[in-house]
Write a protein that binds this ligand. Structure first.
Ligand code: NAD
Ligand code: ZN
Length: 342
């Protein structure tokens, strides 16, 4: 089969022939139809310090995908060949305290698909049955292929109650944009999205959010225009940028709640006086809940959530270099690669 491989230490990826993965008794073999390129894949492509520390080449990368089941192991009874599925990208240990208690998203020993084990940028992927999510066939394939990052957005956006609240999202990357759509869908009053990239801010506006370009616009003016008096009730940090996080802290209401998904490159200073005197709550968010977030993604899409404007590029997998270039340019939302026609 064809696969996109980090073949050796250093920048770039290679499209290579690889053996079709083996299917253990508790595994499911999936014929990949579409994949999404994630920021993580770009880190691996670029071979930054995190990638150099984390990836053991050779490695088939990629973890955002949708496909159809091609084969199941002899101990797999609940899935059948032909079913439309995606995979949860975190393979958990099953033995730690949290796993045993059913809180699998809090596993202390997760292994990442396309990071620590063979990934989805390939014609086939084999994953444990515990990681398979069966899709509502009414969900369009493009959307199904990005359930993984949509899950990050939903996990963050639903971390705190947003009904009737004013929400601030810092960072209009694909995940911030999807979170904006989710917060609107979940009944927020105002959703303000900040960025420094006009292309992405225009996308935020199309998704029903109020864009705020922090290079040229002020938070005070924005809040006055919206009739907000006391700051934002819920914050979602989705940029990983220290300045963006500082601005969020400074513009929260007293008792405000912040969910933090964005990954800062290095240690980040916090104005703890603001956190303490304004009694803010900060919560770190990683991945998505297995499988409550997957359930909520499905039901919100079934009840009218539309994230399709986030997809800006649809390419064949042989055009992967253009896909990664689009990601690098910042003039992109989600980039989808097609591996096979359904
Ligand atoms: P992205 O890099 O595409 O988006 C980040 C956005 O922040 C960009 O549009 C950038 O222009 C913007 N930005 C930069 N400086 C800013 C500033 N000063 N103010 C406001 N915005 C600013 O990333 P993404 O794919 O949307 O992911 C969002 C973040 O979440 C990233 O940091 C990513 O590493 C992280 N992430 C975390 C998890 C997790 O499980 N915790 C999972 C996936 C991604
Ligand atoms: Zn565990």
């Amino acid at each position: 089969m064809k696969a996109l491989v980090k073949a050796s230490n250093g920048p770039g990826l290679e499209l290579m022939d690889q053996p079709i993965p083996e299917v253990g008794s508790h595994d499911v073999l999936i014929k990949v139809l579409k994949t999404g390129i994630c920021g993580t894949d770009l880190h691996i492509y670029n071979w930054d310090a995190w990638a150099a520390r984390t990836i053991h080449a050779p490695m088939i990368i990629g973890h955002e995908f949708v496909g159809r089941i091609a084969a199941v192991g002899d101990q797999v009874h609940d899935f059948s060949v032909g079913e439309l599925v995606s995979g949860e990208g975190h393979v958990v240990c099953g033995r730690c305290r949290n796993c045993l208690a059913g809180r699998r998203h809090l596993c202390k020993d997760t292994r990442g698909i396309g990071v620590n084990r063979s990934g989805a940028f390939a014609e086939f992927i084999s994953i444990p049955v515990t990681n398979v999510w069966s899709h509502d066939p009414a969900i369009p394939l493009d959307i199904a292929s990005i359930f993984d990052p949509l899950g990050n957005a939903v996990h963050t956006a639903l971390a705190f109650d947003v009904l009737g609240e004013d929400v601030l999202i810092t960072g209009a990357g694909p995940i911030g944009l999807m979170a904006a759509a989710v917060a609107r869908h979940a009944g927020a009053r105002h959703v303000v999205v900040t960025d420094v990239n006009p292309f992405r801010l225009a996308m935020a506006e199309r998704l029903g959010a109020v864009p705020l370009d922090v290079r040229t616009q002020s938070f005070t003016d924005c809040q006055r225009r919206l009739g907000m008096k006391e700051g934002f009730d819920v914050g979602m940090e989705m940029s990983g940028n220290p300045q963006a996080f500082g601005q969020m802290l400074a513009n929260m209401c007293h008792g405000g709640k912040i969910a933090m998904l964005g990954i800062p490159e290095k240690e980040l200073a916090i104005d703890w006086n603001t956190v303490i005197f304004n009694m803010l709550t900060l919560r770190g968010i990683y991945g998505r809940e297995m499988y409550e977030t997957w359930y909520k993604m499905t039901t919100m899409l079934q009840s009218g959530l539309d994230i399709s404007p986030v997809i800006t590029h649809r390419l064949h997998y042989t055009e992967f270099e253009s896909g990664f270039a689009a990601m690098r340019s910042g003039m992109s939302g989600k980039v989808i690669l097609t591996w096979a026609e359904d």
